[in-house]
Design a protein around this ligand. Sequence first.
Ligand SMILES: Nc1ncnc2c1ncn2[C@@H]1O[C@H](COP(=O)(O)OP(=O)(O)O)[C@@H](O)[C@H]1O
Ligand SMILES: [Mg+2]
Length: 224
Amino acid sequence: MIDPRPMLLSIRNVKKSYTTAEGRLEILRGIDFDLDAGESVALTGESGSGKSTLLHLAAGLDHADGGEIVSSGHALADLDDKGRAEYRRTSVGLVFQQFNLIPSLDVGANISFHAKLAGRYDPRWEQELVTLLGIKMLLSRYPEQLSGGQQQRVAIGRTLAAKPPLVLADEPTGNLDEATGDAVLALMLSLTKSAGAALLLVTHSSRLAAALDRRVHLRGGKVV
Ligand SMILES: Nc1ncnc2c1ncn2[C@@H]1O[C@H](COP(=O)(O)OP(=O)(O)O)[C@@H](O)[C@H]1O
Ligand SMILES: [Mg+2]
């Protein structure tokens, strides 16, 4: 029987190792977990435990060595380069520590750009986002004219404007001071909920992890 409500993201027995000068490093040794539509999950674990590696795999930026990742109905291992590009454009939003804004575009254009690429440009939603993010007065500035906290707000707006079903965030506030980081993260959590998107958030902070629906902890290449 077909599951009437399939998981948004399903990770089954995912393995990943790297070959280095010191030999083979087994980073992920069989990772299993699911993310429901709209659910927020904190991905925690010590530095080097493979959090970023797992996020890159889920983003379709790298290939797993084994196992299966299914996201928004796409079995990532089966996609060719074109399929992966399409997946990244339409089915996933990324927020990294580096803000990755396009320097030659002003804030407004940075925000609409991805939404247009994803075929989901919605001026009303964009208006709402920029108001809630408090960046309305920054729309005609360029990224270099913004503080770190402002750039990260724009990066969050840029990602959510495209209404992705899944947001992958890798220590998104790691470059910000604690007060700014907390404020930006609180906004990201509430806006991700408003957008109906699921969130997989890598964080070092137990306090931040506690604000999400659930926590997945990596140790020794497994979920513990
Ligand atoms: N491209 C790579 N080549 C070799 N080793 C890598 C590569 N990327 C990551 N690693 C190693 O894999 C381990 C996990 O890295 P990472 O996923 O970035 O951990 P985390 O995000 O949890 O801190 C680390 O030991 C790191 O050095
Ligand atoms: Mg990392």
